[in-house]
Design a protein around this ligand. Structure first.
Ligand SMILES: Cc1ncc(COP(=O)(O)O)c(C=O)c1O
Length: 508
């Protein structure tokens, strides 16, 4: 008697052979999607932003508790209103029959109508049709023109790919770089978990470089050298370096001098630089305006400007747009060989096309209204209103944290987050251990239960041994901010009193 595995192809083969035999089916032992047999890399992925704290917060919300979700930089979820003009344009693109309605001019301004017609003319069949896998050529041209205006150097639309949010672009590029466990990617710590999670998923090695909290989360090149040396000692080939500028979760803005050092370092070490610049509009100080890695690279001249490979990422999810749900992003490649660009195109083609409505948002973001356009003033009023309020909220939060017992917080220079250090007394650490929790998770859970404020423990982003943080967005509505900060202070100071008991410490 033959034993055949339990799948129809075997039966078909038997029929083909035309040799009637008695068949006994074996029970399924290990299906590919049984937990035990899943791809181990999938199980290794950790993603704190939607981890234990988020799950507990969701449970509490179901039980009727008011939760202030500050775990994800998702502005519209916290009440930010969409900008009017881009939504008008995309609404018309989604419902092109409105353009034929004689009353369209009563509901939509002429510049929105004109822009919708412009984008529809760039598509091959409207928003319901796939686009080229790299994105609509006309939108990629608008992105290239934006980059040229921003940096003062020409950009080639053929080297720009539109993506479903910056995340997908980062994943595509890391996928092309990582060949296995021996390939290392330098990632800033604290870091945004997209990087650690994707590197785990792809089976590569994360090589951490620590940002210096006492230097306003600055990047020290000697630290970087040390990290590369240690990785090499372990047999890892360091292939690329990630920078997040402005930083998430740390909020710092890199100076031009710092960017030069980084690019020099990449040149010397032959590293691809991955420039995550999704927060380039979110700047809350005037000393260090945003400067792109690409501009600094070009300013440095040959041979560096001709040789360092750079991939830069941007999105419609951040800035004053905050259109996270639309999933629009792009990456631009500099100094990559044409054959590599072709391979990346091939891989992008597997998913056929990035989300087409999001490509229109990207076009609108990089090619905004100009003075004199009918909707210009409203657009400026709305966008400036959002940015100015974010700037005030960044200040309110930092000051609020710094007024709390055993809490120190660098000012949020950019991005959307505050990352205060929480000096946990030894007794609190002991209590956390007894409860089977990492100390910052313990603190954040207690904060959630007491106040409804849902944060992410610093351990989800990486931090130095024995040092604890939490991350919160600066996105709650400005009018709610004083109440949120005073409820945080009340909880924190009571928590510290409870566990402190004559414990003394320095503030940093
Ligand atoms: C540093 C950083 N990079 C990338 C992303 C992903 O953005 P997107 O919504 O475009 O995928 C985020 C989102 O919060 C982020 O903070």
């Amino acid at each position: 008697m033959d034993v055949v595995p339990n799948y129809p192809a075997a039966t078909a083969l038997q029929r083909l052979e035309n040799t009637p035999r008695e068949i006994k089916y074996e029970p399924h032992l290990d299906s590919a999607l049984d937990y035990e047999t899943l791809n181990e890399n999938v199980k290794k992925v950790q993603y704190a932003v939607r981890g234990e704290l988020y799950l507990r917060a969701s449970e509490l919300q179901k039980e009727g508790k008011k939760i202030i979700f500050t775990n994800v930089g998702n502005p519209h979820a916290l009440g930010q209103k969409p900008l009017t003009f881009p939504r008008q344009v995309v609404a018309l693109c989604q419902a092109p029959f409105l353009l034929d309605d004689p009353n369209v001019g009563l509901l939509f301004p002429a510049d929105a109508i004109a822009r919708a017609k412009h984008y529809l003319s760039l598509t091959s069949g409207g928003l319901g049709a796939y686009s080229d896998s790299r994105g609509i050529p006309g939108v990629r041209k608008e992105v290239a023109e934006f980059i040229e205006r921003r940096d003062g150097y020409p950009s080639d639309p053929e080297l720009i790919f539109l993506t479903d949010g910056a995340s997908k672009g980062v994943m595509q590029i890391l996928n092309c770089i990582i060949r296995g466990q021996g390939d290392g990617i330098l990632v800033p710590v604290p870091q945004y978990p997209l990087y650690s999670a994707t590197i785990s998923l792809l089976g590569g090695s994360l090589v951490p470089y620590y940002l210096e909290e006492s230097a306003n989360w600055g990047l020290d090149i000697d630290n970087l050298r040390e990290s590369v040396a240690q990785a090499r000692f372990k047999g890892i080939t360091v292939r690329a370096m990630v920078i997040i500028n402005p930083g998430n979760p740390t909020g710092q803005c890199l100076s031009e001098a710092n960017l030069r050092e980084i690019l020099n370092f990449c040149y010397q070490e032959n590293l691809v630089l991955l420039g995550d610049e999704v927060y380039q509009q979110n700047i809350y100080q005037d000393e260090r305006p945003f400067i792109s890695a690409r501009k600094v690279l070009m300013d440095m001249g040959a041979p560096i400007s001709k040789e360092v490979q750079l991939v830069s990422f941007h999105t419609v999810s951040k800035g004053y747009w905050g259109e996270c749900g639309q999933r629009g992003g792009y990456f631009e490649m500099t100094n990559l060989p044409p054959q590599t660009v072709d391979e990346i195109y091939k891989i992008a083609s597997i998913a056929l096309s990035p989300n087409v409505p999001a490509q229109i948002f990207m076009g609108l973001m990089v090619n905004p209204l100009k003075p004199g356009d009918i909707s210009y003033e409203q657009f400026v009023r709305e966008s400036q209103g959002i940015l100015e309020s974010l700037r005030r909220r960044a200040r309110l939060m930092t000051d609020g944290f710094n007024s709390c017992k055993n809490v120190v917080c660098n000012f949020t220079e950019g991005a959307m987050y505050s990352f205060p250090q929480i000096r946990l007394p030894p007794k609190a650490i002991e209590a956390a251990k007894k409860a089977g929790k990492v100390p910052d998770v313990f603190y954040c859970l207690k904060l959630l239960e007491a106040t409804g404020i849902s944060t992410v423990p610093g351990s989800g982003f990486g931090q130095k041994e024995g040092v604890f943080h939490l991350r919160t967005t600066i996105l709650p509505a400005e009018e709610d901010m004083p109440a949120i900060m005073s409820s945080f202070k009340k909880f924190n100071d009571e928590f510290m009193d409870q566990y402190e008991n004559n414990w003394n410490h320095s503030r940093m």
